[in-house]
Design a protein around this ligand. Structure first.
Ligand code: CMC
Length: 451
């Protein structure tokens, strides 16, 4: 819908009729800049005693936001108005972080100040190193991320007062700066190598590669093609409006919890295979498929309603068209494999064939299931040598800029309230308490539960 048509809608309302009781309720329509209008139901319960029911929030706008715009039908993703492809082609991750946080691209002077500020926060308190030792060596790095990022709240008390705009900004800088350090330390801990301190003369992505793969005994030279690919990966994962983890960050923050705890909550939500965990799941799936001959078997499995298997890296709640991030990832995958001299990557071959078959399959066409950002990203990360269990950590590093920008926007929103959804209660009505000896003697306990 164009801008002109939008303003024509200005004072439109919808009317909800309760025919049985002869009542009606006016629901004002609110216009966004672009994209669907929303019905304002905030007074509905007060006026009618009714709630709305929308499991998974498929038709619910939980907030207003100026940060990210998605048109899922057309496959459009924009941050602060800038198209994701243009950002990937021309910008870098630090610029995008600034854009998300501050609303505009930085001048060259502000860019220098911002990158300098971020680089001054890359180290973590030495005491935090002890926390790693409390984890098993084979702990999933996302488990460590949840713990260590949450623990930042216990170390940086000078940036946890959410009512102070300066403290909010310092916490934002700290989180963006420290995430790569925390993630790389989780990896080094798992393989028993010494932690590598950040190097502030390197770019954000170069520094992360250095902390991941350098060892103190050898010189480490960062490969620019790989650091550029990683930078694109971070840009593509920076923000994606009100997805599960971002909504988790906002909901946690709506109670005025401190920003480090809120981001830890976001990391927990991201970990699931339906969300950020999908990039790891894609590589596991491609490895399991193992040969092009077995693709049709897996396509069949994914269509079988009695089988919980889904084609990982396919489908999206919002995109009903090719995910614009997936096409950038696909091109970048080719660049990375070329740079590394990998002529035939068996997983990429299976992925390309799988994509071709799925995109021509009636089931996938009808349900508008296309490859999403996670479908090709794992191939890039694997080629760079990241272990699969680090993939979602990389997603979390990129997404932190979006989480913290959305958190800040929420705190600064004058209509912000504690998030408190209601429910459709379908349980028992009132029952009188019975003493144990008067209850039925049926045990619900299964042998399997006792370990
Ligand atoms: N393979 C096979 N069938 C699928 C798939 C898939 N990957 N995704 C959705 N469907 C089917 C689903 O069974 C349902 O069929 P029906 O209408 O007959 O019941 C229909 O498509 C709609 O699916 P849905 O589960 O109602 O859609 P949703 O919006 O709730 O779920 C999703 C979106 C991303 C969780 C889902 O597509 C999925 O599980 N995909 C695989 C996991 C994945 O790749 N996740 C990464 C998402 S992108 C990164 C991020 O932002 O986190």
């Amino acid at each position: 819908m164009n801008q002109k048509k939008k303003s024509e809608n200005k004072s439109k309302t919808y009317t909800l009729f309760d025919n049985e009781n002869g009542l009606s309720y006016e629901l004002p329509l609110i216009n966004g800049t672009v994209g669907p209008d929303v019905l304002d139901i905030s007074n509905l319960y007060k006026d009618s005693g009714l709630f709305t029911y929308d499991p998974g929030f498929t038709s619910t706008a939980s907030c207003n936001s100026k940060i990210t715009y998605i048109d899922g039908e057309k496959g459009i993703l924009r941050h602060r108005g800038y198209d994701i492809k243009e950002l990937c082609e021309n910008s870098n991750f630090m610029e995008v972080c600034y854009l998300l946080l501050h609303g505009d691209l930085p001048s060259s002077e502000d860019y220098k100040k911002f990158t300098n500020l971020i680089s001054k926060h890359t180290m973590i308190n030495e005491q935090l190193r002890n926390l790693y030792g409390g984890f098993r060596r084979n702990a999933h790095p996302m488990a460590i991320m949840v713990g260590v990022v949450g623990a930042l709240s216990a170390f940086y008390h000078d940036s946890t007062d959410i009512n102070d705009p300066n403290q909010r900004m310092i916490a934002s800088h700290r989180l963006i700066a420290k995430m790569p350090t925390i993630g790389a330390m989780a990896y080094k801990y798992s393989i028993g190598q010494p932690y590598i301190y950040p190097k502030n003369d390197l770019s954000y992505s170069e520094n992360f590669l250095h902390m991941m793969f350098a060892v103190p005994s050898e010189k480490f030279i960062v490969n620019k093609t790989l650091s550029n690919a990683l930078d694109k990966f971070f840009i593509l994962h920076a923000d994606h409006e009100q997805n599960a983890s971002t909504s988790t960050v906002r909901l946690a923050g709506s109670s005025n919890a401190n920003p480090f705890a809120c981001i830890a909550a976001g990391i927990a939500s991201l970990w699931g295979p339906a969300h950020g965990g999908a990039n790891e799941a894609v590589i596991n799936m491609l490895t399991e498929i193992n040969s092009k001959d077995r693709i049709s078997e897996y396509i069949l499995k994914s269509k079988d309603k009695d089988d919980p298997f889904r084609l990982m890296g396919f489908g999206h709640r919002v995109y009903k068209n090719y995910d614009p991030r997936a096409s950038v990832m696909k091109n970048t995958a080719h660049e990375v494999l070329n740079e590394l001299g990998i002529k035939n990557d068996p997983l990429l071959d299976i992925a390309l064939e799988l994509e071709k078959i799925a995109l021509n399959d009636e089931y996938f066409i009808e349900k508008k299931l296309y490859p999403n950002v996670d479908f090709y990203s794992g191939i890039i990360l694997k080629a760079i040598n990241f272990p699969t269990n680090m993939f979602t950590v990389l997603f979390a590093i990129g997404r932190t800029s979006g989480w913290i920008s959305q958190w800040k926007e929420m705190i600064e929103d004058p209509v912000q309230k504690i998030g408190r959804p209601r429910q459709l209660y379908i349980g028992n009505e009132y029952r009188k308490y019975k003493p144990q000896e008067k209850r039925e003697k049926i045990s619900i306990f299964k042998k399997l539960w006792f370990k």
